[in-house]
Design a protein around this ligand. Structure first.
Ligand code: BGC
Length: 746
């Protein structure tokens, strides 16, 4: 290394400014450009940069955000959007797109839930991997964020997410692990928050032991903007790039001069070089971007992600001629909400409102009344006019949703209700018209429990991206048969949700007291009613499930269970079904969830058409994280496979007994007498020792004779049993047995 190089290498550890890295021509490294975000590019004017989405950025396609794409349950579609995003990035000279966002939706209140995918880690990892593959197929790096356990906005820059090991592994890290394994993102963004007391960006356990050593990650770790407080500690923990640029900060320079961080600097340079190679492009080829094609893709993606929550009397789809007798009500029909606020906010190429789209479709404007104000203030004149329009109409399409200020990076919501002035309009309209179709626009869940009965149909469009009105019209008039499914539970009440008592924490800590029981895992464990369950979504057609076969594979196969099932479109129009495979009843520990999603597939079928689907469930995916052993284990054995159209609409099920080599649980002096007895080999040695010492005597022997007493003795750790008279074993003996040796005196 040339003598001056350490100083130059030091400069690589932070950006040159808000959005670019420092070049180092001596090692052939160019400057790299980074940009938000997950559902459209936010390339800012370098004169007025910010990371909060306040400054206006260059125009770009605003694709549907993560909440919407997730509801498609269609990795191929998500990948297609990813590659369109990658193409736009490439055309603007962007090397790394800061997304996808993939934190688990622990609470429906999180202000950035619209940027995240799901409450389920397997689903999150699978969909994020599709997005990464799409972006990276264009030679642009994806950067998964926010690693990790960044599940709220309140206090996000300093809060410590206090999570037990099993929940950390199974719920909060698992999605990232799957994404790294399946799609190898070239970037990972370390989050702002602390995890069990240690800042994510300075967390050697997270960034090195888990991410690199266990998962084999070879890309660059970037900090969230302003997340590094001790740059030397962060570098040592495994962070590569601290953003935005703070070149004037002397701390890294000093450590470099003292030769304290030579290895880390070299490592960062190598990783940035790898990133530059991976994203290297022909300067003469900025990439072809067809913005019209991207608008059409946005339109299709949002329509295919729409979730038909309810459709009584087959009110939807509307007849082509229905337009004449339609009343369109709701300010959101002319002022659409199609994205959330904050660093992901895109300056869209164009925006289509529902009124625009409906007019284009029929050549005439539908009868429209705004009905309510978006600022929440009740306006009786607006309501009266809307009621008159509804009374004269055959069908009412009512646009409801969350006004923009309800959902933003930087703050969490307070409740999961629609604004009261909107619900009031629905109630008044329902008094004069029995055919009300509600179109919802919101980035995080709203409960429908209080008003659902006033609508015959409800379609959850989430935030659609820029083609809003086109996507909505396509679904309402049946050009697209809705096939979206919920990627998160809609609860009846906020008070029912698993993190209710522990969100957003206090005193700098938030305790993840619900453990692994997040989302449907919680509602199912407690057998609680929900508004709409995880995986729910209706269609204009119907599907029938049959011919389920389930078989366990031999113990040495990485695949544990093979499932096959036939699905048939039994209705009159073409449509797509998302077949969901859940597994329950695995005998791991008393707190294993009732059932968990382990596979899914979306299948398009013409009327009368059927398809045979096969799923291979891997042993890895069926495993649970053992806190005691600090590793993933899967013992096989009996479990039940469920095939469902939602997590609560389980159509078929079958038991399966999976052959496996039982994973040995290491015994310690603190293992109970019962646990020793469950290990045949250890128990034999212990029993021999006890027998050689004349057996268990006195009160202890009496207790073992009756059922209750025996259960009590078996629950005692050996470390405690040795303190009792009549138990002929000393602590030294147990320690010797633990170390694997037979006792000398046996
Ligand atoms: C956000 C990130 C974003 C970054 C850059 C941060 O405040 O948390 O998601 O990528 O800013 O804009």
């Amino acid at each position: 290394m040339p003598a001056s190089l350490p100083a130059q290498l030091a400069a690589l550890t932070t950006g040159a400014d808000y959005w670019t890295t420092n070049p180092l021509p001596e090692i052939g490294l160019r400057a790299l450009r980074l940009a938000d975000g997950p559902h459209g590019l936010r390339v800012q004017d370098d004169e007025n940069p910010d990371h909060l989405g306040i400054g206006r950025s260059e125009k770009a396609t605003c694709f549907p955000p993560a909440v919407t794409l997730a509801s498609s349950w269609d990795p191929a579609l998500v990948q297609e959007v990813g590659s369109a995003l990658g193409r736009e990035a490439r055309s603007k000279g962007v090397d790394m797109v800061l997304g996808p966002g993939m934190n688990i939706k622990r609470s429906p209140l999180c202000g950035r839930n619209f940027e995240y995918l799901s409450e389920d880690p397997f689903f999150t990892g699978t969909m994020a991997a599709a997005m990464i593959r799409g972006i990276q197929s264009e030679g642009v790096a994806a950067c998964v964020k926010h690693f990790a356990v960044n599940n709220q906005e309140t206090d996000r820059l300093r809060v410590s997410a206090d999570v037990a090991p099993r929940a950390l592994r199974e719920i909060y890290l698992r999605g990232f692990e799957i994404a790294v394994r399946d799609a190898n993102p070239w970037g990972v963004m370390a989050s702002y928050n602390r995890i069990n007391g240690v800042f994510a960006s300075e967390n050697a356990w997270l960034l090195t032991s888990v991410l690199r050593d266990e998962w084999g990650y070879d890309g660059v770790v970037v900090s969230d903007w302003g997340a590094v407080h001790d740059p030397v500690a962060a570098l040592k923990a495994g962070l590569d790039l601290r953003m935005p640029g703070r070149l004037e900060d002397p701390r890294i320079g000093k450590a470099a001069a003292a030769e304290e961080i030579d290895r880390e600097l070299e490592r960062t340079a190598i990783r940035l070089k790898l990133l530059a190679d991976r994203t290297s492009r022909d300067a003469a080829d900025p990439g072809d971007v067809d913005l019209d094609a991207h608008h059409r893709l946005t339109r299709r993606a949002a329509a295919e992600s729409a979730v038909l929550l309810k459709n009584e009397q087959a009110t939807l789809p509307l007849e082509p001629g229905a337009m004449k007798r339609l009343a369109v009500i709701g300010e959101l029909a002319r002022s659409p909400r199609y994205q959330g606020a904050g660093s992901s906010a895109v300056n869209p190429v164009r925006v289509v409102s529902a009124l625009d789209a409906l007019k284009e479709r029929s050549g005439r404007s539908p009868r429209f009344e705004p009905g309510y104000r978006l600022d929440g203030i009740h306006d009786e004149n607006l309501v009266t006019a809307a009621v008159a329009a509804a009374a004269a109409a055959e069908t009412v399409v009512l646009f409801l949703g969350l006004p923009p200020e309800f959902e933003s990076e930087g703050r969490d919501r307070k409740d999961i209700s629609l604004p009261a002035n909107q619900v009031a309009v629905l109630e008044r309209l329902a008094a004069v018209n029995g055919r009300i179709v509600v179109v919802l626009s919101n980035g995080s869940v709203v409960t429908t429990a209080g008003w659902r009965d006033n609508a015959v149909s409800i379609v959850e469009f989430w935030l659609t991206g820029q083609a809003h009105g086109d996507s909505v019209a396509d679904v309402l008039f049946g050009d697209v048969n809705p096939s979206g499914k919920l990627a998160e539970t809609i609860p009846v009440r906020l008070e029912d949700t698993p993190s209710f008592l522990d969100f957003p924490g206090e005193g700098g800590h938030v305790l993840y007291g619900e453990g692994i029981f997040v989302g449907y895992r919680y509602f199912d464990a407690r057998n609680m009613p929900v508004d709409y369950p995880f995986g729910h979504g209706l269609s204009y057609t119907t599907f029938e499930y049959s011919d389920l076969t389930v078989s366990g594979r031999e113990a040495d196969s990485p695949i544990a269970i093979i499932v096959s099932v036939r699905v048939k479109n039994t209705g009159v129009c073409a449509g797509a079904e998302v077949v969901q495979v859940y597994v329950g009843g695995i005998q791991e520990s008393p707190s294993t969830p009732v059932r968990e999603l382990k596979a899914f597939r979306k299948v398009h079928l013409e009327p009368g058409e059927s398809a045979m689907l096969t799923f291979e469930l891997s042993r890895e995916e069926l495993g649970h994280y053992s806190t005691a052993m600090d590793e993933w284990i899967y013992d096989g054995g009996p479990s039940t496979v469920y095939l469902g159209a939602s997590s609560r609409d389980l159509r078929l099920s079958a038991p399966v007994d999976v052959p496996a080599h039982r994973v040995a649980r290491p015994l310690t002096v603190w293992s109970t007498f019962g646990e020793w007895q469950n290990d045949p080999e250890a128990h034999a040695r212990l029993a021999r020792l006890i027998e050689n010492r004349g057996g268990i005597r006195g009160r202890m022997a009496d207790l073992l004779e009756d059922e209750t007493g025996r259960a009590s003795v078996l629950s005692f750790p050996l470390r405690a049993l040795v303190e009792f008279p009549g138990f002929p074993v000393e602590l030294d003996d147990v320690e010797l047995l633990v170390s694997g040796s037979d006792h000398p005196k046996t």
